[in-house]
Ligand binder design. Structure first.
Ligand code: ZN
Length: 411
């Protein structure tokens, strides 16, 4: 994607003083005169940033302004090690709100809407981001936070929520409860803004059908504002990205080479206006492509394709590389499957055993047929044959946060 003059100007402005303001970048770019960078080609020679670099800066090493200008911090989850702490200035918080409000507007949400917010509030950027954008837009926030499904459904009816915001796992749980309790005629939802994990077409379809809403995918990560830096539009052909706040590149994850638009690789983001903790060429590990050409919706902001996975989600079994998105594709193509599935990988007597559990309303012979079909499609699409087992609807665990679907117990 060609860097615009406006983007280059913002990068140059940032680079002019970055090393003086930030010991982190003074060290990272030691021996590189970033203040003299004057073109996309020169910019593309800069080293990437990784989550591990940010971890090493724990707790406040990323701070690039005097502390009195920092108004809050957020932190990404530390499940895999030291957390990353991102400091925000007031301008950063305001800019995030502006971007998030744009997302709501893109989804056709107005100040007459009532937005039920179910992602969690706290250190991570989810709930508080949905709230910021909602207030900026002037809509009515119903700040539920996660869990307590009974209360969620009660408030949804009593306050006549028109928009639900959730992770896809929680949205499916709510959709199932609405159906189970026969509440479809008592709720007023029109739209869903769903974020924070990659999900399959079947899940989307079920949430849309069971709640009777139109769904928009929202993109973002804690390291770069949080959710709200991009969203899908009515065309549902990728997510528009607010490129006045981030510069995006898609690279080959192995070689680091920048790929042409349309080619699939890893998304790399650079913040253009961030003060508290600017990020330069940050590797998101999200796999996508830049969608070439203009969107039929008329919006001029460029798009990335729906995420197909993360570079670190790939598992290798029996010599083939498996991405979660491929498994979803197989589930989608197999008749008689529902949206929920689980993949188990284990070693039994030195051999890798791959099992796919899927929920299905089918029983007996019909179930056996679906199992056989799934295994065959899996083999054709991915290259190895799993043990496919149909289980009754509702048997696999649901989660209020991200649903873990691949369990690798080999290590
Ligand atoms: Zn569009």
């Amino acid at each position: 994607m060609k860097m615009t003059q406006e983007q280059l100007d913002l990068i140059k402005k940032q680079f002019a003083t970055l090393k003086d303001r930030s010991p982190f970048y003074a060290k990272k770019f030691e021996g590189i005169d970033i203040a003299s960078i004057d073109s996309q080609e020169e910019f593309e020679k800069l080293p990437f940033s990784e989550k591990n670099d940010l971890r090493e800066a724990y707790p406040l090493g990323l701070m690039a302004v005097p502390e009195e200008q920092i108004v809050r911090i957020h932190s990404s989850s530390g499940t895999t090690g030291t957390p990353v702490v991102i400091p925000y200035t007031q301008k950063d918080v305001d800019d995030w709100a502006i971007q998030f409000a744009r997302c709501y507007e893109m989804a056709g949400i107005t100040n007459k809407d009532r937005i039920q917010i179910t992602p969690g509030y706290g250190l991570w950027t989810a709930g508080i981001g949905f709230q910021l954008g909602c207030e900026r837009l002037g809509a009515m926030a119903i700040p539920m936070g996660p869990g307590n499904t009974d209360k969620q459904l009660q408030m949804m009816q009593d306050l006549k929520s028109t928009v639900i915001t959730a992770t896809s796992s929680y949205a499916i749980l709510l959709a199932e409860e609405v159906q189970k309790r026969g509440l479809r005629d008592k709720i007023f939802l029109k739209k869903g803004v769903i974020g924070s994990e990659r999900w399959g077409e079947k899940t989307r379809q079920r949430i849309q059908d069971e709640l009777g809403i139109q769904i928009y995918d929202i993109y973002g990560l804690t390291e770069i504002y949080g959710p709200g830096i991009g969203i899908s539009c009515d065309e549902h052909s990728g997510m528009h990205m607010w490129t006045d706040y981030v510069y995006m590149e898609v690279i080959d994850p192995k070689t680091g080479k920048v790929l042409p638009d349309g080619e699939t690789g890893e998304l790399v983001l650079t913040t253009l206006q961030k003060e508290g903790a600017p990020l330069i060429r940050y590797r998101t590990h999200d796999i996508t492509s830049i969608v070439p050409g203009d969107c039929p919706c008329g919006c001029k902001y460029p798009r990335i394709a729906t995420l197909t996975g993360r570079t670190d989600d790939m598992v290798k079994v029996k010599g083939c590389n498996i991405f979660p998105a491929q498994i979803e594709e197989v589930i989608k193509m197999t008749e008689g499957t529902s949206s929920e599935y689980q993949v188990m990988i284990e070693t039994i007597s030195g051999k890798d055993i791959l099992t796919v559990l899927f929920e299905t309303p089918l029983e007996g012979k019909e179930k056996a047929k679906a199992e056989k079909e799934l295994a065959a499609i899996f083999k054709a699409k991915i290259g190895c044959t799993p043990d496919a087992k149909g289980v009754p609807m509702g048997e696999l665990p649901r989660s209020e946060k991200k649903t873990k679907r691949i369990f690798d117990s080999r290590y």
